[in-house]
Design a protein around this ligand. Structure first.
Ligand code: RIB
Ligand code: CA
Length: 316
């Protein structure tokens, strides 16, 4: 039996963060050590509350720490049109079983990394504010960060501006710190996450699994698809779950190593992740960028994860 990989989940739930966490919690490959919330899709208060509700639903009993109240420099941007005013509109969820711990997110991250015998993988699926703070405040811990599997950016286009993807745009200064940190990065950007579409017929496969978690995941997809259908998508792009899948099933993806720069200035391009695919800058690659995915294998992964929860919601 191979040793499970210690991971920290950092996100701004958010429907796709929630589905990513259901996937991570179902994987026998991962040992989730902590969860940290970040402001993004909604305010830090709401994403922290949502994190507690998700963790209770999936019986994930690890410390939860609240992240910073705003990006490092920028003013917050939230996304109620996509995720609703609660940040996780749709199905009823249990109240959080546990309160967040006293420590803030980057302190908890540092404590977990420090205490771990093995290097810890970080899976940020929101703005990179907490991860950047960790790297700034605890640079000596970099060698104990196994890898950062992040959802964010897009080499070819943005989704919140023509150039920038939401997570990076919310905190470009943080993203720049992460991409220049020297810590190994796998980037699940829009290039791949917009291929990771889950279609309504896939929702029904998950709903048919029949346990409480599967039912909620299907209803999260119902809600999340509502926004995307209104702008012409044939399915729901479950962006954040691709970052988890990159760790547990890289074999269903195609990836390219390249130098990626984060634009932090400009009227039109702030928050862009500029990928040097052709190597014209002759700079060493700082990110493994996912460019393709086997969509059906990805959906099968989500269905399989849903079957791992039994009638009580806890992981079977
Ligand atoms: O652009 C998609 C990303 O922004 C996802 O992480 C979604 O949850 C939102 O945070
Ligand atoms: Ca997210």
């Amino acid at each position: 039996m191979t040793k499970r990989i210690p991971v920290i989940l950092d996100g701004d739930p958010g429907h796709d963060d929630a589905i990513a966490w259901v996937l991570a919690n179902a994987s026998p490959l991962l040992d989730i050590k902590a969860v940290t919330s970040v402001c993004g899709n909604q305010t830090i208060q709401k994403t922290t509350y949502n994190a507690g509700r998700i963790m209770t639903l999936i019986d994930l009993n690890v410390p939860l720490a609240m992240g910073r109240v705003k990006p490092l420099v920028a003013d917050p941007i939230i996304a109620p049109t996509v995720h609703g005013n609660s940040g996780l509109d749709g199905p009823a969820l249990p109240e959080p079983k546990h309160k967040p711990v006293e420590q803030d997110a980057c302190t908890l991250m540092a404590e977990v990394i420090e205490a771990s015998e093995e290097p810890v993988a970080l899976i940020p699926t929101g703005p990179l504010t907490n991860v950047a703070a960790l790297l700034l405040l605890y640079p000596h811990l970099k060698p104990k960060i196994r890898h950062i599997y992040l959802m964010g950016g897009g080499i070819q286009y943005g989704n919140w501006t023509p150039a920038a993807e939401f997570n990076i745009l919310v905190d470009p200064e943080a993203a720049d710190i992460v991409f220049t940190s020297g810590v190994p990065i796998t980037m699940a950007g829009l290039d791949v996450t917009e291929q990771a579409l889950v279609f309504p017929e896939d929702f029904e496969r998950i709903r048919a699994v029949g346990n409480p978690v599967a039912k909620v995941v299907a209803e999260w997809l119902d809600f999340f698809y509502g926004f995307h259908r209104s702008i012409g998508y044939p399915g729901a792009p479950v962006h954040d779950a691709v970052a988890v899948a990159a760790l547990i099933r890289p074999d269903i993806m195609t990836m390219e190593d390249m130098y990626v720069a984060v634009e932090t200035t400009g009227d039109y391009c702030r928050g862009a992740t500029v990928g040097d695919r052709l190597g014209v800058l002759h700079r060493p690659a700082n990110a493994r960028v996912i460019m393709g995915i086997d969509r059906e294998a990805f959906v099968d992964l989500l269905v399989e994860a849903a079957t791992c929860y039994n009638k009580g919601g806890e992981r079977a």
